[in-house]
Design a protein around this ligand. Structure first.
Ligand code: AMP
Length: 191
């Protein structure tokens, strides 16, 4: 199996690159943000809970997020592999993912991290907010909170994968196809 963690701050381009990677490598795309938004749209209990954190730019608690992710992985027993997009965002989530994959006799192949500086992220997110309909992309304070949460809580997840020799950083500024090619090079080298 090819299991990729696509990592990076909000606005780094994870969603865009995930779409291209799943087409090329026939992987199942699991975006925790997308799953939460689908639950909000469907007015589920999980959606109501997630919304109360997402609207403030905070992380949904680990216990809830991990349980949801596990259930999504379990729904795809014959997957070629997964792209985890927006997960793991804490070291506890990364550790839980390792345990889950191990129970399925597989593991993370590599973490691809899109690196984009903060000023560019703020610009991209506000621009995306104009047509994404995402409330968390439209409010500069919520955007800043998400970037701060990334720096304080999520960025340490890099160390988790660096220790396993799986961390690969990629410059996330440039042309979409150029960035995609860089990602593919790293994947080919890790396969
Ligand atoms: P995203 O679409 O990845 O930018 O996520 C949007 C929001 O969903 C985040 O700001 C968090 O509130 C929540 N979220 C998404 N993924 C996670 C996660 N792995 N852990 C906790 N909260 C998450």
């Amino acid at each position: 199996m090819l299991n990729i963690v696509l990592f990076g701050p909000p606005g780094a381009g994870k969603g865009t690159q995930s779409e291209k990677l799943i087409t090329k490598y026939h992987l199942v795309h699991l975006s925790t943000g997308d799953i939460f938004r689908a639950n909000i749209k469907g007015a589920t209990e999980l959606g109501t809970l997630a919304k109360s954190y997402m609207d403030k730019g905070q992380l949904v608690p680990d216990e809830v997020t991990i349980r949801m992710l596990e259930s999504e992985v379990n729904k795809n027993p014959s997957a070629n592999g997964f792209i985890f997009d927006g997960f793991p965002r804490t070291k506890a989530q990364a550790a839980a993912l390792d345990v889950l994959l191990k129970s399925k006799s597989t593991s993370i192949t590599l973490m691809l991290a899109l690196e984009v500086e903060e000023a560019e992220l703020r610009k991209r997110l506000l621009l995306r907010g104009k047509d994404s309909g995402r409330p968390d992309d439209q409010n500069p304070e919520v955007i800043q909170k998400r970037i701060d949460v990334y720096n304080n809580e999520t960025s340490p997840v890099k160390d988790f994968y660096t220790e396993q020799g799986k961390y690969k950083g990629i410059n996330g500024i440039g042309e979409i196809n150029e960035i995609f090619n860089l990602l593919c090079e790293k994947i080919e080298a890790a396969k």
